[in-house]
Design a protein around this ligand. Structure first.
Ligand code: ADP
Ligand code: MG
Length: 699
């Protein structure tokens, strides 16, 4: 009687307590874990050479040869170190092969034994030799499998204390003994529609493919499986949400129309399209959960504003949460400006600004008004999430620059109302298919164009040695009436040091290099009123050169600024650099972004290169994803991605899309996975994601 695949690996021959521990450290506890521990790469050792054809110094090569002689000696250099050497030959010649400190080999490699050897041929003491080649003994008994030579050979990231050879044997043993227990949990119709290999075969071929094509087919099936299991809970959540009640907003009305008419520009077709999508969604009596993607400067704010006015004109309140106070104030000023723009009229809407820097009486009054429904639109930082903030009737919550917030914060805000509609905005756009995977339970709208007339920003990287040129260039720009940002990195770990670096640079530039110019410094530690003064002086054009820490990173909109210098550019992530660059290039003049960096690490070099080569945020995000990988890119906030072992959402987008469609279709048909055909799938899903039990069982 065979044991099932969730049996502990302890029951395998060759696995003692010590090994079991080492295996557990890399996540292998059961037989199933072992089968799902995929090779890191493969080596094609399937084509043989004659000894006379071997090339000295070439990558590893495979031969079939006989042991002609064997000897063992002790190393002169290291005590207790043995060297086992054989002379191996075929009809065309002979070479020597050596292994170090494996004295037991002499028991296997007796003269006359036939071997397959895989290794690099090198010259040593004027003798051609393979040092520690992989080998396999060809026994008379043909039934034995060749695992390490004469085939496409899997190479694993090994647990401690085991060799590739032994690990391969272990995997092979499980595959052979337990193949009948490998039950395919993917429904048959899904498998056949998507031309997927069955599970047992896939597991076999992913470890021991007999051709590259077999490996590819196995990879295809196992990647689909990963995507599918990852998409199922998202599909279920999406389905549940559609069943939850929400607010059916009245999206047509004077307030929105008036706002759109008052704009100094015409909306881009992309903006119009997403406003229509949002309006349609808000009208539905279910909760909207929509992600709005658009590059920096694509004009997301007006879209958010239109959506908020739709909620307000129906008698609901709207909230806009942003990551920094500067940004909150900027949005607030714009909205107040619009709301009161026609002189003499009473304000069209009542807006409030909520930040953590406000004084207590001011805040108390505001909170009272919000609760009483005397404020229609609240703009704020994460201060909005505080317990004391209660709405009378929150109809729409907008979260700007969502990558700055976590999932938990999003849901906190939505709990400030009864199933309010949610609009999440991001300027770290990712390819749409990928967005669908990561935010699979959200609907996605995309602004895929910038307003007309924007000139692309010219980006270049310079070294510290080129400062003289840099300052001359900046002076030339400032003298012609343009404004300059210099951004200085400020990171949590070295806050004090960085801040003093920024201050030092400020006094150096102000008192020496840019003497006579109007230079200002901006950082997060400045008093509120001081920050306000610096920003308004920069906006009005009075400040010509603004040195700032990364408080600038998001959202700030000053059209007169045309040059952005980023100091220590290597210390910023790619999307951060792109966000920063997004602060310029907003007017009709040519803009310049200059990255100052001497850094030479491979990653930083790639980031600089991407910045110089690409201006489109979608493209930048793709590069960033490539450099960092999905797990790093999305960070801790998006769990589940780290569970992808073999699939890659970037390179297998089409497959991902199909897996998602199948997941949605299946969940639509059988929301509780109750059909007996779906039971194995349900079991697998719950084993993988126990936290989704409620989602499935409650239905
Ligand atoms: P982001 O998408 O980065 O949040 P903003 O909403 O801040 O971008 O818009 C950037 C700038 O573009 C703002 O000054 C805004 O007034 C302007 N803008 C937005 N839409 C248009 C448009 N259709 N035509 C011209 N300018 C626009
Ligand atoms: Mg914005």
């Amino acid at each position: 009687m065979h044991k099932s695949l969730d049996t502990s690996i302890r029951y395998l021959k060759g696995i003692g307590p010590q090994r079991a521990k080492a295996f557990a450290r890399i996540g292998i506890n059961t037989l199933d874990d072992l089968l799902y521990y995929f090779p890191r790469r493969y080596e094609d050792r399937s084509s043989f050479k004659h000894i006379s054809q071997l090339e000295e110094g070439a990558p590893a090569q495979t031969i079939r040869a006989q042991v002609l002689a064997i000897k063992e000696r002790r190393s002169f250099r290291r005590r207790g170190f043995t060297i086992t050497e054989i002379k191996a030959g075929d009809s065309t010649g002979s070479i020597s092969c050596v292994w170090f400190n494996q004295p037991y080999l002499k028991n296997y490699l007796k003269a006359g034994t036939t071997l397959i050897l895989y290794g690099k041929l090198e010259r040593y003491n004027n003798k051609l030799q393979m040092s520690a080649p992989d080998f396999e003994i060809i026994s008379e008994d043909k039934s034995e499998d060749l695992l390490s030579v004469a085939r496409i050979v899997p190479v694993y990231s090994l647990p401690e204390g085991i060799t590739q050879r032994a690990f391969r044997q272990l995997v092979n043993q499980v595959l052979k003994e337990y193949s009948l227990q490998i039950q395919d949990f993917l429904p048959f119709d899904i498998r056949s529609r998507n031309k997927l290999l069955n599970l047992a075969k896939s597991l076999f071929y992913i470890h021991f493919p007999d051709s590259l094509q077999a490996q590819e087919e196995a990879l295809h099936r196992l990647s689909f499986e990963e995507f599918f299991l990852f998409q199922l809970p998202l599909a279920l959540r999406k389905l549940r949400k559609k069943q939850e009640e929400g607010i059916a907003h009245k999206t047509q009305g004077a307030l929105v129309e008036e706002f759109l008419r008052s704009l100094a520009f015409t909306l881009t077709p992309a903006q119009e399209k997403v406003i229509r999508e949002i309006a349609w969604d808000m009208q539905q009596p279910v909760q909207m959960q929509r992600l709005l993607q658009g590059d920096v400067g694509s004009g997301k704010t007006v879209v958010a504003m239109a959506a908020m006015l739709m909620a307000i004109q129906g008698g609901y309140q709207a909230a806009l949460m942003v990551p920094t106070e500067i940004l909150a104030k900027q949005h607030y000023a714009n909205i107040i400006g619009w709301a009161t723009s026609s002189a003499g009229r009473k304000s069209r809407i009542r807006a409030g600004l909520l930040t953590s820097a406000q004084n207590a009486p001011e805040k108390k009054k505001l909170l009272r008004q919000i609760k009483a429904g005397q404020i229609d639109l609240v703009i704020g930082t994460h201060a909005l999430l505080q317990e004391g903030v209660q709405f009378k009737g929150l109809g729409l919550a907008v979260i700007d620059e969502q990558h700055k917030f976590g999932v938990a914060q999003r849901s906190l805000l939505s709990h400030k109302g009864v199933n309010p509609d949610i609009l999440i905005m991001t300027a770290t756009p990712i390819p749409r298919t990928l967005a669908i995977t990561i935010y699979g339970d959200l609907d996605v709208s995309v602004i895929n164009e910038l307003p007309p007339g924007r000139k692309p920003v010219l980006t270049r990287q310079i070294s510290n040695a080129q400062r003289e040129w840099l300052y001359a260039f900046l002076k030339e720009k400032i003298d012609s009436g343009q404004q300059v940002y210099i951004v200085y990195p400020l990171i949590e770990e070295s806050l004090a040091l960085d801040l003093s670096g920024a201050k030092q640079m400020y006094s150096e530039l102000k008192n020496n290099i840019f003497k006579g110019y109007n230079v200002a410094l901006m950082h997060g530690r400045l008093k509120d009123s001081e920050q306000d003064k610096v920003m308004s002086d920069f906006k009005s054009g009075q400040v010509q050169l603004l040195i700032a820490t990364t408080v600038l990173e998001v959202g700030i909109d000053v059209a007169g600024a045309t040059v952005m210098v980023i100091e220590h550019a290597e210390r910023f992530g790619l999307s951060q650099l792109h966000q920063l660059r997004g602060r310029i290039g907003r007017g009709s003049l040519e803009s310049h972004c200059i990255l100052v960096s001497d850094a030479a690490t491979e990653d930083s070099r790639l980031r600089m290169q991407a910045m110089v080569n690409y201006s489109d945020g979608f493209h930048i995000a793709e590069e960033d994803l490539k450099i960092r990988g999905p797990g790093e890119f999305f960070g801790q906030r998006q769990h589940g991605l780290s569970g992808l072992r073999i699939s890659n959402p970037l390179t297998q987008m089409q497959l991902l899309k199909h897996a998602r469609e199948e997941a949605l279709e299946l969940v639509g048909r059988d929301p509780q996975l109750a059909d007996h055909q779906h039971l194995p799938l349900k079991e697998k899903l719950l084993a993988r994601f126990p936290e989704y039990e409620k989602l499935i069982v409650v239905g």
